[in-house]
Design a protein around this ligand. Structure first.
Ligand SMILES: O=C[C@H](O)COP(=O)(O)O
Length: 245
């Protein structure tokens, strides 16, 4: 399974140092793939601290150009050269707060893969869309752009927007339905099986049930990943069958 920690705009150098000191020894021999995605300024420190460990480092976004006059943006090639191996693209906070569209998300994901990064591409419906019975059509639209991506360097994160940071995770039945749909879509679009993570209020208390749900290949964890103990408890709740990847 793949367990990814999205720190969002939280954390500091001292928090990262303490976090790695606690988490890295616990991950030795871990059966799962684990990724830490801190804010951009913490990436060099994270790469240094995680070198030779079971913890890979990811970014939370990247630009679609290799370089250029794009003030405030970060190149995927720069990330790759620094030792970052993953990047989250199209998180719902990027879509909702920063104008990310399906097309800009695709451009970022393509550039990231070309730079050698693996992409965690986020999809998911809002509460209004779920209540309006539009969940599957939203997932259909959001995944439609993914045909051009390399399925070997792609993981989808199904994150219902209403479950993010609310404490109200999707039920296993809702997760199973969405994941089955996404699996089928990705198989159709890329010709290969692409892993699908669940994200949205994953905690140590619900991780076992969510990660055991059919079609779930891991989790993208926000709030509960900020504490090393709670993130490790989620990792420990992941079923080992299927092992890495
Ligand atoms: O990227 C992570 C997701 O947005 C989930 O966040 P959360 O675990 O705080 O609900």
């Amino acid at each position: 399974m793949l367990l990814a920690a999205n720190w969002k705009m939280y954390g500091s150098p001292s928090q990262l140092a303490a976090y790695c000191e606690e988490l890295l020894p616990q991950l030795e021999g871990c059966a799962h793939q684990v990724v830490l995605c801190p804010p951009f300024p913490l990436l060099p420190q994270a790469v240094m601290l995680c070198a030779g460990s079971e913890l890979a480092v990811g970014a939370q976004n990247c630009h679609w150009a290799r370089e250029g006059a794009f003030t405030g943006e970060v190149s995927p090639n720069l990330l790759a050269e620094m030792g970052v191996s993953w990047v989250i693209i199209a998180h719902s906070e990027r879509r909702k707060l920063f104008g990310e569209t399906d097309d800009t998300a695709l451009a970022r994901a393509k550039a990231a893969q070309e730079a050698g990064l693996s992409v965690i591409f986020c999809v998911g419906e809002t509460l209004a869309e779920r209540e309006g019975g539009e969940t599957l059509s939203v997932l259909q639209r959001q995944t439609a752009v993914l045909a051009g991506l390399d399925p070997q360097k792609l993981v989808i994160a199904y994150e219902p927007v209403w479950a993010i940071g609310t404490g109200h995770n999707a039920t296993p039945a809702q997760v199973a339905e969405a994941h089955a749909f996404i699996h089928e879509r990705l198989q159709e679009l890329t010709g290969q099986a692409v892993p699908v993570l669940y994200g949205g209020s994953v905690k140590p208390q619900n991780a076992g049930e969510l990660l055991a749900t059919p079609g779930v290949a891991g989790a993208l964890v926000g709030g509960a990943s900020l504490d090393a103990g709670s993130f490790f408890a989620i990792i420990q709740a992941a079923p080992v069958a299927g092992a890495k990847g």
